[in-house]
Design a protein around this ligand. Sequence first.
Ligand code: HEM
Length: 127
Amino acid sequence: MSEPQNFYAEVGGAPVFEKLVARFYQEVAADDVLRPLYPEEDLGPAEVRLRMFLEQYWGGPRTYSDQRGHPRLRMRHAPFKVGPIERDAWLRCMRVAVDESGLDAAHRDQLWQYLQYAAMSMVNSDF
Ligand code: HEM
């Protein structure tokens, strides 16, 4: 899926992605399904990785690949069981973050379509 390179700039750049991902991880921290999946006690580094990835995907700085190499996200999720329950929990947390992002409806929809598709494609378990 390729997205317009200007989405990042159009929505206001770094602060928007910071807010979105910080809000998402607030939800993750309180989620009984997702929280146990995260190996580190500190969710901060995971927050930075997701933020860098999303910024890069939407046309912002390429810091994610500079630091982490090729995303290969399905492979990176292989150690974690991602079934329908985990996918729905992830999307629930993201929905809160997207709803509170302050983006206009068109950008919100565009972002949400992508996140739903991406979450679906990360599923690696039937249960
Ligand atoms: C990493 C869970 C979907 C992007 C992780 C980690 C977990 C996780 C447990 C390890 C934390 C870390 O050390 O970074 C899940 C679950 C999902 C999901 C349960 C449910 C579908 C997604 C989606 C995206 C994404 C849809 C992208 C749009 C990332 C990125 C990393 C990551 C960029 C860090 C990869 C790295 O560089 O090591 N995820 N994830 N995840 N996830 Fe997900």
